[in-house]
Design a protein around this ligand. Structure first.
Ligand code: MRU
Length: 372
């Protein structure tokens, strides 16, 4: 079975419900931008590239389903402003990942520049949204190859182990993945000793989703809690690289990613382990000067103080028919739940994109504008 978070054929968009993974694999239909907004906000679909693609394709499906002559797209101007309004709305679903606003900005520009009537505007939009799905997979494969080349150059031809956080694989993208894509490519090149995945509290993208992908691909892997990272790096010198994804890479290389990335980068630096960011260039935001300028999404306290999953029966088997939410903290306690943090560029050794790898110059500065 191919792991696919997003299934699309012209006019039909299905997403894998990531709230039900790893115990159930259920696809749900996304027909409108409102459906997509809801799916993104509730994290039914998540991961920076995946949310951008689902938002773009949901609007494509909505446009394709509008009856001929619908006033929303009756003229060039009407179609342009219908699309722009929907894109502005979709961008408000989650603030930190730049991929969503970058996709919306590019699509809005495209339709503003498309002449030839409302049908031409809609056709241009749909074609560009569909292209994003295709391009993301090939970009991720190139990130994987570039990551392997960088690793060979840095560590030679001996096998090494990798630690990662969150989920950056097929489930977070159109396919293959970014940081998890590099792990896949290192494994495919027979260079991977072992992969370690952080559980990634509070939403558990590591234990639920990355673990699922690693088991699916038969990659030798072990799950650890977030608090075990330092002692793991201290006691496992074969771990040469921490690889993380990105929700937004600022112009100076500061990288916003899943909460816990900052402390992971600190401990990696302390232990002399390389910190590698894997990201498509659509995650690089040259308009944002540094990590301090990135809006960090705050999520509901419930996501931290409750856990949801299938019940374990007395014989130890997972009972998928009985899903429960349980409360795991002292009732009444205050909660701070930022979904992301950022690793400063000073802690990052390399930023691997589909176009190549950026490393710092002698003054410790990244020059990410070389990719544009
Ligand atoms: O809150 P999430 O699950 O959307 O956060 C995802 C991450 O932080 C990923 O590392 C990032 O989006 C890159 S996914 C290729």
């Amino acid at each position: 079975m191919v792991l696919e978070a997003i299934k699309y054929t012209s006019g039909d968009l299905q997403i894998l419900d990531q709230l039900r993974l790893p115990h159930e694999s259920v696809y749900i239909s996304v027909r409108t931008s409102e459906d997509a907004y809801h799916a993104i906000k509730t994290m039914t679909v998540r991961g920076a590239p995946a949310i951008a693609i689902v938002a773009a394709l949901a609007l494509a499906v909505e446009l394709l389903e509008l009856p001929e002559g619908d006033p929303s797209t009756a003229s060039t101007e009407a179609a342009r402003s219908f699309i722009a309004d929907k894109l502005h709305y979709l961008v408000t679903s989650r603030p930190t990942a730049v991929n969503l606003s970058d996709a919306a900005r590019k699509l809005e520009k495209l339709v503003a520049e498309t002449e030839g009537g409302s049908k031409a505007v809609v056709d241009a939009y749909v074609k560009a949204a569909e292209r994003m799905l295709i391009d993301d997979v090939s970009d991720n494969k190139n990130i994987g190859e570039n990551g392997v080349a960088w690793a060979r150059q840095s560590f030679g031809s001996d096998k090494f182990s990798i630690l990662t956080i969150c989920n950056t694989g097929s489930l977070a993208t159109a396919g293959y993945g970014t940081a998890l894509g590099i792990i896949r490519s290192v494994h495919a090149n027979n260079l991977l000793e072992h992969a370690y995945a952080l559980e990634t509290r509070p939403y558990n993208q590591g234990s639920r989703l990355t673990a699922y992908e690693l088991v699916h691909d038969n990659i030798p892997a072990t799950l650890i809690t977030d608090s075990m990272a330092s002692i793991l790096l201290k006691t496992h010198p074969e771990i040469k690289m921490v690889v993380v994804g990105a929700d937004r890479v600022a112009r100076n290389g500061d990288t916003a990613n899943k909460i816990g990335t900052y402390q992971l980068a600190i401990t990696a630096k302390f232990h002399g382990v390389k910190v590698v960011v894997a990201a498509p260039t659509t995650s690089i935001d040259l308009l944002t000067a540094s990590g301090d300028d990135i809006v960090i999404e705050q999520r509901k306290p419930e996501e931290m103080v409750t856990m949801r999953g299938p019940v374990v029966d007395a014989d130890g088997s997972v009972n998928k028919n009985e899903v429960k939410t349980v409360h795991i903290a002292a009732p009444g306690i205050g909660v701070w739940n930022p979904a992301f943090d950022f690793a400063p560029a000073s802690l990052i050794d390399a930023i691997v994109t589909e176009k190549g790898v950026a490393e710092k110059d002698a003054d410790g500065k990244f020059h990410l504008d070389k990719f544009f």
